[in-house]
Write a protein that binds this ligand. Structure first.
Ligand code: BGC
Length: 848
């Protein structure tokens, strides 16, 4: 069968509304016939036709008009005379059409209290259509987070609109198709706006009013009548507003307070007022991956502990509860959330720090349902007080990302680890890449996504998510070139001590994220867009390295308190000790980012830059070897990350490289194969071993169940990836004491899940040799007693699969090769084979 596997605009197959002047089309064909190739492909839209074979096509036709529906047609011819076609429709958004509506708020609402979130506002507009409607669209945004309802029904299915961006520069708006829901006579549009990130209390210091003094909304309803007349109703003083709606309190960390007894029709609505904003962002159509319900979970157990019911969902995740109850007016139901339990079976909420993560619901009479809309929590357990008979489920929330990758193997513990990685990704890809979903952070920590982005790009199509987030990275870059530790900054950014600084590994995300996304999807535009940012950042790093105390111009030796160093390394107990390793981690980071920058420059044709940064990278590597080791690859005070980075980044000469590998291997054996790396070393340690002849050590480390190790967490019942390797002791208690991090203990942090990359690229063996997997190798690394492994990844050309099995000392491998790609298969005995598109089976005898 020759068919279109995927045809998308701006990476969406349906529902795309875009302000892009040159939207991109992506497509591929599926075929089960061997050796199929695309002869020619054609995309026609708006009187423009493209012809070629590239899987990513940028629209180059006549200017697109705003507020317009377009249909694009794809026709593909195969080399065996087959053909296939598909159509998609998309809409353009406002495309910078000036807003008829104006920003409105409630001038009578003043809110000056610190560390809390404002009372949610409800805006109301009643309107009557003036004839038969052909179409009606609502365009809306807010400072704060909002939800719109038309005639009592929620519009759309996303959470936390308009999304989290760097509000001083970028703000998204959403488009809602009201056509089917509008009725003759009076219609009621309600918009509830809570504080969210822009106005509400956020970051661990609980700062509020970051982007605005109180919530404000901007919207416009555009109606086209059957007879061609147009009507535009913009937000203005004819809208009404009240703070006396049913949502009494909403805060991202603290939860929601809801009074179901409130009758909104009787609330004290008064005239909304025009609002002058402090920020003047570009307002653009949604371009990321909005948060939606990904899955619904049912509790697996319910236990009475004292006066509360403890429910266990059997899975740690990010989301909200949903309940149905037959209540009495005034009855209070309080739901609290936690990731772990205390020994007595009650919730352990200590590590949420200031986040109250509590739902306080007041019932009206009768059967009622409720799920919070303006908050979320990270939890596995809940405590319910005030209702014995209640039907509870949970909505798992996450950015709506298309799943592209999977991995499974014969070891059930590794499969659980893979699932934990997936759960932690969903929990932390929440409109922006966050560190954790439960405590008073949930911030866009750059270091976390720096290490995790290869895995994210394998598991999901991250293109839209990263496109949006990188706009903020660009917006937040300092004049001096540094990248704030959290993007969007929204109340945090840099340690106050050194606000102009570039910080290794964390800031590196501005280089690694575009690079990893480019590698995964092959769309060079992300590199073009980000190149100036990447270059400015690497220049800043060079400068900071250059002014380091004494030593050498390529040794980045600024005071360790300004770095995170070997963050959460389990072999030393204190934060200051992780930071004290920053000379090594920062120097390695400079070597790596300058190397990626040089490669990017080469791709973009900036030859001079390519040479310059190649030299920086080389000299930095040499300096590390010469000054930070004994000159021959041995560290005076050995630590795993100190070897992993130079080995993986190829920073040393050959002899020193070999020595470093031996040193690392020796250290790991002496440590009983337990891991000792922090954020910087964890993603690469298994590669550093396996790629240098130490596959056995790599597998033993991966499969180790002694603390600290990946499978220790699994053995302890983890259902997500922990922030701290030793998050729970064998007896189930948490023994981490004051280590300088203010009880920084989360059970849902994806950073050390970066090991997933090893599953896909080494165990399943799928390794791209050209961006977007245009060419790739399949070279499974057998070991660890595994008898079966399968990896799949949907690439811009279609789905690649590598599935291997060992039976009776015979190795067999099934490889699926997408149309338009070239695959080299390397069998365990070293035999190399070329595979064309189609499905192929290879076998090899294994040595005794
Ligand atoms: C976050 C981390 C982050 C780190 C940097 C923590 O509180 O949760 O994941 O990268 O701070 O210091």
């Amino acid at each position: 069968m020759f068919s279109i596997g995927r045809f998308a605009v701006e990476n969406l197959e349906t529902g795309c509304v875009t302000d892009e002047k040159k939207p991109s089309f992506t497509w591929y064909v599926d075929s089960d016939a061997e050796g199929t190739a695309v002869e020619s492909a054609r995309i026609s839209v708006n009187g423009w036709t493209w012809q070629g074979k590239d899987p990513i096509v940028s629209y180059e036709g006549p200017s697109l008009r705003p507020f317009t529906a377009y249909t694009a047609e794809l026709t593909v011819q195969g080399n065996h005379g087959e053909s296939a076609e598909k159509k998609i429709t998309f809409r353009t958004g406002r495309m910078e059409t000036p807003w008829t509506g104006k920003w409105i708020s409630d001038a009578s609402y003043t809110f000056t209290e610190k560390k809390v979130s404002p009372v949610p506002m409800v805006f109301r507009k009643n309107f009557t259509p003036k004839g038969k409607i052909r179409s009606a669209f609502l365009y809306a945004t807010a400072l704060g987070i909002y939800e719109a309802d038309l005639n009592g029904t929620k519009l759309g299915d996303r959470y936390f609109a308009p999304g989290f961006t760097s509000y001083k520069t970028n703000l998204e708006y959403q488009t809602y198709d009201l056509t089917p829901a509008l009725r003759e006579g009076t219609n009621e549009l309600l918009i509830t706006a809570a504080g969210g990130w822009a106005v509400g209390s956020f970051v661990f210091t609980r700062v509020n009013r970051q982007a605005a003094d109180r919530q404000a909304i901007l919207c416009e309803l555009r109606i086209t009548y059957e007879d061609g007349r147009e009507e535009v109703i913009g937000s203005d003083e004819s809208f009404e507003v009240t703070e006396n709606g049913p949502v009494r309190m909403a805060d991202l960390y603290d939860g929601e307070t809801y009074d179901a007894q409130v009758d909104l029709s009787k609330a004290d609505f008064h005239k909304a007022s025009p609002e002058t904003l402090r920020v003047h962002p570009r307002i653009m159509e949604d371009l990321g991956s909005p948060v939606r319900v990904r899955q619904i979970l049912k509790p697996v157990s319910k236990t009475k502990v004292g006066d509360e019911w403890i429910y266990d969902f059997g899975q740690n995740f990010a989301g909200v509860v949903h309940f149905k109850v037959d209540g009495k007016a005034g009855q209070h139901i309080v739901v609290r959330h936690a990731e772990i339990l205390n020994a007595d079976g009650t919730l352990n909420t200590k590590f949420l720090r200031t986040a109250k993560a509590t739902i306080d619901y007041t019932c009206r009479d009768g059967v009622q349902e409720y799920a919070p809309r303006f908050t979320y929590m990270g939890f596995r357990y809940i405590s319910v007080r005030g209702a014995d008979d209640i039907k509870i489920t949970a909505y798992v929330l996450s950015s709506d990302l298309r799943r592209t990758g999977s991995f499974i193997c014969s070891n059930e513990d590794l499969n659980r680890l893979e699932q934990n990685i997936e759960w932690s990704s969903c929990s932390n890809l929440m409109d922006i890449p966050t560190d954790c979903p439960q405590r008073d952070e949930r911030m866009g920590w750059t270091g976390d996504i720096n290490v995790f982005s290869p895995v994210a790009c394998y598991l999901f199509d991250m293109s839209r998510f990263f496109k949006k987030w990188l706009l903020d990275v660009k917006a937040e870059q300092l004049r001096t070139g540094g990248i704030p530790n959290t993007v969007p900054v929204n109340g945090y950014g840099f340690p106050a001590t050194m606000p102009e600084m570039a910080i290794d590994f964390w800031g590196d995300a501005c280089v690694s994220v575009p690079w990893n996304e480019y590698e995964a999807r092959g769309d060079v535009r992300i590199l073009k867009d980000m190149y100036p940012v990447m270059k400015k950042y690497v220049d800043a790093c060079r400068r900071w390295a250059g002014i380091g105390v004494g030593l050498h111009r390529y040794i980045w030796n600024t005071p360790s308190v300004l770095h995170f160093g070997d963050w959460v390394a389990p072999d030393v107990p204190k934060m200051q000790q992780w930071q004290a390793r920053s000379k090594w981690t920062a120097t390695a980071s400079l070597c790596h980012t300058s190397d990626l920058l040089a490669r990017t420059a080469r791709i973009l044709g900036y030859e001079k830059d390519a040479e310059t940064y190649e030299t920086v990278s080389k000299k930095t590597g040499e300096a590390y070897q010469k000054i930070l080791t004994d000159g021959n690859g041995t560290l005076e005070n050995e630590f795993q990350t100190g070897y992993v980075l130079p080995i993986h980044y190829h920073m040393f000469d050959e002899a020193a490289h070999r020595k470093a590998v031996e040193n690392l291997d020796r250290m790991i054996r002496a440590n009983d194969y337990r891991i000792g790396t922090g954020f910087p070393g964890t993603p690469y340690i298994l590669f550093a071993l396996a790629d240098n002849g130490k596959a056995d050590t790599a597998y033993r480390m991966l499969l180790n169940t002694k603390c600290p190790s990946w499978l220790y967490e699994v053995k302890m019942g983890a259902t997500t990836i922990w922030e701290r390797w030793d998050g729970l002791s064998e007896d189930g208690s948490c023994r981490i004491s004051d280590d300088g991090t203010d009880m920084m203990i989360s059970y849902n942090h994806y950073a050390s899940g970066a090991v997933g990359d090893f599953f896909y690229r080494r165990i399943a063996g799928i390794e791209k040799t050209e961006p977007g997997y245009h060419s790739f190798t399949v070279k499974p690394l057998i070991g660890g007693g595994l008898t079966f492994a399968k990896g799949q990844v949907e690439t811009p050309y279609g789905v690649i699969e590598s599935a291997w099995r060992i039976q009776d000392r015979e190795f067999s491998l099934t490889v699926k090769v997408p149309v338009g790609t070239a695959c080299t298969v390397v069998l365990p005995d070293g035999t190399r084979k070329q595979a064309k598109s189609g499905t192929h089976v290879f076998t090899a005898a294994l040595q005794k």
